[in-house]
Design a protein around this ligand. Structure first.
Ligand code: GLA
Ligand code: ZN
Length: 682
């Protein structure tokens, strides 16, 4: 589905701040867009003091001029609401709008995202300026989308937020008795006898009640969602046909983005991958594929938008290493391969002053287009035009990895079992990696999503079980799905209270086992694991277990591998349980790519999961398919520093960027990309 009515190309462009430049500059900067095959500018993100220089005094004319100039040239605008940075006069007159970080002491004016998300006054001022913008520009021909605020990131801990938290808790629990029970407050005499006693968590106060911490994060996420709803209200009313987004930041820990995505018409995100031409660049490539798949999974029926990235380097990085030739195109095509319908930058033109004056931009600080960065950007613009027909299509996946914010919070909040090595997110990435290496498309979902679109479901460290999840996993397997789970799963309920049955609690049935204890190893220790002769997957091993070694007792599960050391030598380390028409694998130990590579390689082959190309990919390379009913497009992305060759090419395929007929193999230069296309029916 097309995100922007009437637009049939990928968007290319970026943030532009006319308020930082004299008006005579605007036309010149906009005039350089065609040369880079750019069509879209995002305006007004940090322009509140220019749009409302004094309380209630709106000066929108200049924005109108810029929008008119874009429309006259057939270009588009994404218009931001300015709430990311309130004017100084507002903080002065209403200090209660300032954000209070953990500890509850309000900040002074400055920086950005420095406002309270619960403040009535701030919400009213946001709604008022949004209404003014929507009334004036809501049906402007240049306008294609609304961009609410910018990168919501940290909650506010002020008294107004605490009060809203208490109301939220009353709604959720009904009675204080229920809350006390479910939060285990009898521990350390933490029983509350009045709602007013409940404070926000913090290092100077309550940090020993995990349920408080997790629920505070749930509340904060809901409060951001309601902040967005407040901002969206006037936009939806006065500009009803223009879609709304806000820019997310991947797996950003403090906010459950599923709750924000529900408020948006389309999802967008900002990505600044460290594609620095070092060996770690492969890891960064995998990580970005994962977050892009997450973005796509928020709304599986439509593309998403890469709202910001840098055409060169970002000034907040410790080292502003230049992107090597070709790397920018690799990065841009990676987002498209994963379902983005845009490549937009921070920023179109580098500023002369302010904290971001050294940040990369398409036009440098002199405004010149005769630069290497501009040429590489124009090259991306040209590449996008050649595959524009893909716009609106969505890559599909038959596998999914569960990455769940609530699980992450709960694992993080608990004291134990491996203080600095719990590593929930890295574990999700480690399980995603083998799919990436095989060119197998995967969604990244939360545990409450519908599992029915998938044949393979990977649920690493599913420590916290939200209501109904265990039952739905069981149903998924009964109906023929394949589930993979690991150690440290099925431990606690949504208030982080341990299940009173043996672990993995309500998941014992589906995995056919019990996990009595978990041995935690020091970083320099490991335990060998040996495959069992004749195991169902044909695994060979041996491998080594690190950090987590679950002690498993099978209740009906087949044993595929056993520990081969320690006092538990001979006991199960990897099991498979058949339930109904499907099967559930339980990996009892933490492992490196040696095991996960072999395990998922065999499992995916057994399930015959579609790979983008039917041959093994060289190291550091992944492949993705995006297609329309007429044309299939193959993206080959090489994050390694080596020239890679794939001894395969679809008969009749052509290089989508050059039009040349593909040979019998495809060569991908270091840190580079190739795109092939062929007729869909071929
Ligand atoms: C974020 C912000 C932008 C800008 C860039 C710099 O993505 O949204 O305003 O600060 O970072 O990389
Ligand atoms: Zn607040």
């Amino acid at each position: 589905m097309t995100l922007f009515p009437g637009i049939t190309k990928f968007l290319h462009g970026g943030d532009y701040s006319p308020e930082q430049w004299p008006p005579r500059q605007w036309l010149e900067d906009i005039g350089k867009m065609p040369e880079a095959r750019a069509d879209t500018l995002t305006l007004g993100i940090f322009a509140w003091s220019a749009l409302e220089p004094a309380d209630g005094v709106y000066e929108l004319g200049w924005m109108g001029e810029v929008l008119d100039a874009l429309a006259e040239r057939g270009r588009h605008a994404i218009l931001a609401t300015p709430s990311a940075a309130q004017p100084a006069w507002m903080s002065r007159a209403h200090p209660e709008i300032l954000r209070a970080p953990e500890g509850g002491k309000r900040n002074r004016h400055g920086m950005r995202m420095n406002f309270c998300i619960s403040s009535d006054y701030y919400r009213r001022k946001c709604a008022a300026i949004n209404q003014a913008l929507a009334l004036r520009f809501g049906s402007h021909p240049a306008l294609i989308a609304w961009h609410i605020s910018n990168e919501f990131s940290q909650p506010c801990y002020c008294p107004a937020c605490e009060e809203a938290f208490r109301a939220w808790l009353q709604q959720r629990y009904g009675s204080l008795d229920a809350l006390n029970r479910r939060w285990s407050t009898a521990f350390w005499s933490h029983t509350y006898s009045a709602w007013e006693q409940i404070e926000a968590p913090g290092a100077d106060g309550e940090m020993s009640c995990e349920a408080l911490w997790i629920n505070w994060k749930r509340f904060a996420s809901d409060q951001f969602a309601s902040f967005i709803r407040n901002e969206a209200g006037p936009l939806r009313k006065h500009s009803p046909s223009v879609p709304i987004t806000t820019n997310l930041m991947g797996t950003h820990e403090p906010i459950d983005y599923w709750r924000l995505a529900a408020e948006l018409d389309f999802v967008s995100m900002d990505a600044y991958p460290a594609f620095d031409a070092r060996p770690e660049m492969v890891d960064a490539g995998i990580e970005h594929s994962f977050v892009y798949d997450l973005m796509r999974s928020f709304k599986r029926d439509r593309p998403w938008v890469l709202m910001e990235t840098t055409p060169s380097s970002a000034n907040w990085m410790p080292f502003m290493k230049l992107k090597r030739p070709g790397v920018h195109r690799l990065a841009a095509l990676q987002s498209i391969a994963h379902g983005s319908d845009a490549v937009l930058y921070f920023q179109w033109r580098q500023g002369l002053g302010g904290r971001e004056k050294f940040h990369g931009a398409v036009l440098d600080h002199t405004g010149s287009s005769a630069t290497r960065v501009f040429a590489e950007t124009a090259d991306v613009g040209q590449a996008l035009e050649r595959i524009d027909f893909l716009q609106g299509s969505v890559p599909v996946a038959e596998a999914a990895v569960i990455y769940d914010w609530e699980v992450r919070w709960a694992i993080g909040a608990s004291c134990g079992p491996a203080r600095d090595h719990k590593d929930y997110l890295p574990t999700c990435l480690a399980h995603y990696r083998p799919l990436w290496e095989h060119g197998i498309s995967a969604d990244v979902i939360q545990s409450t999503e519908d599992f029915s679109p998938y044949r393979l479901l990977i649920a690493p460290m599913l420590y916290l079980l939200r209501p109904g999840v265990a039952e739905r996993l069981e149903h998924f397997v009964q109906e023929g799905g394949t589930l993979v789970g690991t150690y440290w799963s099925g431990i606690a309920d949504e208030d982080d209270r341990l299940f009173s049955t043996p672990f993995p609690g309500p998941l014992r049935g589906v995995f056919g086992l019990e996990n009595e204890e978990t041995d935690i190893l020091y970083p320099d220790e490991s335990v060998p694991v040996a495959a069992r002769e004749g195991n169902a997957l044909g695994l060979r091993g041996p491998w080594s277990a690190s950090t987590f070694c679950a002690q498993i007792r099978s209740h009906g599960a087949d044993i595929l591998a056993r520990y081969d050391g320690e006092f538990y030598a001979g006991s199960p380390a990897l099991t498979r349980h058949t339930a109904g028409r499907g099967e559930a694998y339980y990996i009892g130990f933490r492992s490196g790519p040696d095991f996960l590579g072999e395990f998922y390689g065999k499992l995916c082959a057994r399930l015959d999961l579609p790979r983008a190309v039917p041959v093994d990919l060289p190291a550091g390379v992944t492949a993705r398919i995006r297609k329309t009913s007429e044309t299939t497009v193959l993206f080959l992305l090489n994050f390694s520093a080596e020239r890679r060759e794939i001894p395969w090419a679809m008969a009749g395929s052509v290089d989508a960027l050059t039009g040349e007929t593909a040979g019998r193999s495809v060569v991908i230069p270091p840190h580079s990309s190739r795109v092939l296309r062929w007729p869909a029916e071929a």
